[in-house]
Design a protein around this ligand. Sequence first.
Ligand SMILES: Cc1ncc(COP(=O)(O)O)c(C=O)c1O
Length: 410
Amino acid sequence: MSNVRLDVNFCRGFFPPLANGEAYLENAGGSYAPRHVIEAIEAYMRECQCQPSWRFAASRSARERLDRSQSLIAEAINADRDEIVIGPSTTLNVYVLAHALAPLLERGSEIVVTNQDHEANGGAWRRLAERGVVVREWRVDPLSGDLDLEALDALLGPRTRLVCFPHVSNIVGSLNDARAITARAHAVGAMVCIDGVATVAHQLPDMKSLDADFYLFSTYKMYGPHLAVLYAKREHMEAASNQNHFFHEGNVPEKLHPGGLSYESAASIAGIVDYLEAVHAHHFDAEDNDLRARLAKVYGLFQTQESSLMARVLDYLAGRTDIRLIGRDTSDATRRAPTFSVTVAGRDPGDVAARLAERGVCVGHGHFYAYRCVDALGIDPARGVLRFSMVHYNTLEEVDRLTAAMDAIA
Ligand SMILES: Cc1ncc(COP(=O)(O)O)c(C=O)c1O
């Protein structure tokens, strides 16, 4: 265990909006981007905003920048570069994936979806019922919001082909044991599709050790641009039906990527890794040759910082009996992310959010597209929850500003 602590001010210096005087606690909606990302977009547009891959210099440079993003983000999650697709959003990536897998799912085969998920990893799968696929719902405990592994066992069987679940819920904040769920699904011959969108700011997933079949995340929740990554195991990428033009049949990963995307944004994904590398270089000697080892150290620092923020929040909530905390009462970063949803007795979440905004505290409210989850927790989705969510660049002072503002408007 290293004694090195995250130099939060060093990190904050890379994120221009953090200097605006507000306490930004809506990171689960979208984290801010560091200069590395912003400058990569600008440089792309200034120097090579042309069709990539032609022979002239600007076009070659565009291709190199896009390839660098693809390779770095793949390596960061321990995947090969042709096992990932960079697409416009996770919602659209799941939509394409569901269409690509549909022909492989015979009538009467079964899939499992949860009511903990953001609708992105639910709606497109549930619609397969129209093609005769049987959809089974793995339901959260209405009090804790947790998904119980034994309840999953009751849903699995020889006809199960796919289990879809969130690595971290964007409402409940709990980390699901993705490895255990995957092992159970694999034991009955089913694949897994994991939504990692609410995970990647806090933990860097490892595709090989998770043994994930499909894993999705959005780069704008991990300090990058508004794009998303779909990982698919090579064998599934090959078996999936082509969603691109006919002449891309057999082309991996192009077959899962119909249409183009914002190249300038895609080129800036490398900036996420460049930022993480800068954090590594600031805190550690350059003895690690392996990118993943360096990133693991950086995320270790992030988690320690996030644990202390969580402990501060939980201390405060323990004294507020009028506030219901959704999810686990723990600051253990292996069990929960610093994404806190609450309801305040007798108060409308939108109204509380507006009053916090008046005090320079930025939070979100509503159902955050996890409509079914909020509903299952016994909360009216039309009102939803109040959500404050931190990442490593947040400070204890910002948490104190939130709690003082909560007290002031109580
Ligand atoms: C857990 C989770 N999954 C999926 C999504 C959807 O991602 P995108 O906006 O890239 O479609 C979100 C967005 O808030 C999310 O929080």
